[in-house]
Design a protein around this ligand. Sequence first.
Ligand code: GLA
Length: 738
Amino acid sequence: MKGRSWAINAAWFLILLPCIGSAQSPVRFIQAKKIFVLDAGNISYVFGINDKNMLQHIYWGKHVWRDDDFAAAQSLPEWASFDLTTTTTPQEYPGWGAGLFVEPSLKITFPDGNRDLVLHYVDHKIDGNKLTITLKDIERSVLVHLHYIVYPQTGIVARDATIENRTKNSVVLESAQSAAWYLPRGEGYRLRYLTGRWAGEWQLNEEPVHPGIKILESRRGSTSVQTNPWFALDRDGNTDSEHGSVWFGALGWSGSWRISVEQTPHQQVRITGGYNPFDFGYYLSARETLITPPFYAGYTDEGIGGASRVLHEFERNEILPNGSGSKTRPVLYNSWEATLFNVNEAGQIALADKAASLGVERFVMDDGWFGGRNNDHAGLGDWYVNPKNFPNGLGPLIRHVKQLGMDFGLWVEPEMINPDSDLYRQHPDWAMHFEGRPRTEARNQLMLNLARDDVREYIFHWLDELVTNNDIAFLKWDYNRNFSEPGWPEVPFAQQKNIWVKFTQNVYDILDRLRQKHPKLEIESCSGGGGRVDLGIMQRAEQVWPSDDTEALDRLTIQRGFTYAYTPHVMMDWVTDVPNFNGRSVSLQFRFMTAMQGSLGIGANLNHWTSEDIALAKQVIAYYKSIRETVQNGLLYRLASPTQGNLSASQYVSPDKSQSVVFAFLHSQQFGRTVSPLLLKDLDEKGIYSVSRNDGKAGKTSAAVKLSGAYLMNHGIEPELTGDYDSVSFKLDRVQPN
Ligand code: GLA
């Protein structure tokens, strides 16, 4: 009897074992129903192989714990004779063929004139949190390997596709997308996205989703400021900033990209993103593959605020070059707005002395140090130290900076060339051009054709030499124009359009090799401001420059927009001189408070600062160092928006709730009205916080008071702001935890 019950128990155990194992696994395949369940963080993402062998989307949203609830995928019927099952069925990665009228994920022209592509499931492989599914055309040897990675902590799903041409001939990819995402079927969605122009980046747009298609894109060859590759969707009216379902995503690609947000006639919202199909025509030789950019997407039920926080955490832990080991950003000085092109050893040393005395940790020399670069008409391409301005090379300046206890950084713009340069005189063919056509200059410069491997090698070698021969900790990598005349005459005609992809692949290649060879080197991505900020470049850059507009009031809106998609950790912000953009002059305190909401820098001419300015700067820089861990790596809550009314405020909370920092700004006071208390978020309710106020007018931190988390969240904190352009920061340190 005993033996029998043991055998029964063992049998049960063996039956249950796969279930126990699978319950813990973030990726499961349920054979009986042929469905895949991706399950992590707060989300479930479910799709299956349907009756027609298509890959069909089933669910994406808040975590559903019971796999049994999901039925097998069943293709949807045609709608009359017009919308065929190809169109009505939500396919995970549809090829353009068999009467597809929604946005395709892949469209191919074959050399025999065939343009029909129907992708069916072949097999799959699960490896921990990774899933690879192979699809194949029903007749031709074109395979697509879909990769899914689900990130356990944040519930972000990353998708890309490897398109493999196993036919004997080359094919042309007219469109190669990374993924199609589906929202729960229905209407009433609202789309948020970020647009801008030079010095006016990161403007948040909100609009209802209607039937039809909305295109977010860059055709410029780089990420661009015009639109950033990020989206967020929610149900209009059912969500506020901290509550309600939000689906969001971002592309990891720094070349031309596109995200289309489509509402089909069948109440299905679908988002497709990847390479921009405009002028794409990618030539894929026989036996070759093309990998699409990663498309990351997530879900939260904590409103748009929660969506940002999930992305911030994901970026810090999974995207940035050192992931969760990313170093706290140092306080930086950059000489650009102080000197423009007028750089020389003595001038830079004088600025470095002053910067070090304030508590600056990194000194960066900007444009003008190389070749014949005395203005923006010449020199790009000639990356040797200007012997007139630096007769002894960079050595004496760098040594001086290091003796002052700072590290040294340098500005470069590797992808560009001025026609007035030795490099252009030697290699006019290296500039991007169409044979016999004019070459359009922008800021007096052309683009190098970095799709060429010889150009790539040239750039890698001078950068490597520069960093090897000089003690350089940091490069500000700039990119000050977009593509024009994107020709590549040196390769056969059919392959010339590959420039759109190859250019960016080679930029990544240089950055990857440089970083590998110089593991301590840090990089800032800049493109005349925020023109190259995306999850592709952020895998290779510790920080980014959001905008050339450093005027503090504008900056509040710019920074707010930026943080919808990207973490304050990477957001470089400078305090600069006034009057600045808009002819506006605001106090130094206001400028510091604004810039302290991300990674703090100074870009002012310190030679012009008074002793009071210097005293204030020393005090607030020391203050910033006591809060920066929370600002850079904490949870961001938007308390009041600079675009609605005249108050803006933000709050940062350390993940363990032991510290919180608040910034508040009054743009203009009217009718003598006092500002209402700010209701803080996410504190330890039972904890006691020591609250100190950094008041710009006094220029120092006032005595702390002790208040409970419950009081601070429910009664709030009085900002006591008056007049025009007043600002304050509060630091809350938990002295008595719950
Ligand atoms: C761009 C950058 C600026 C500065 C200049 C130098 O505009 O955004 O910060 O580096 O180039 O030419």
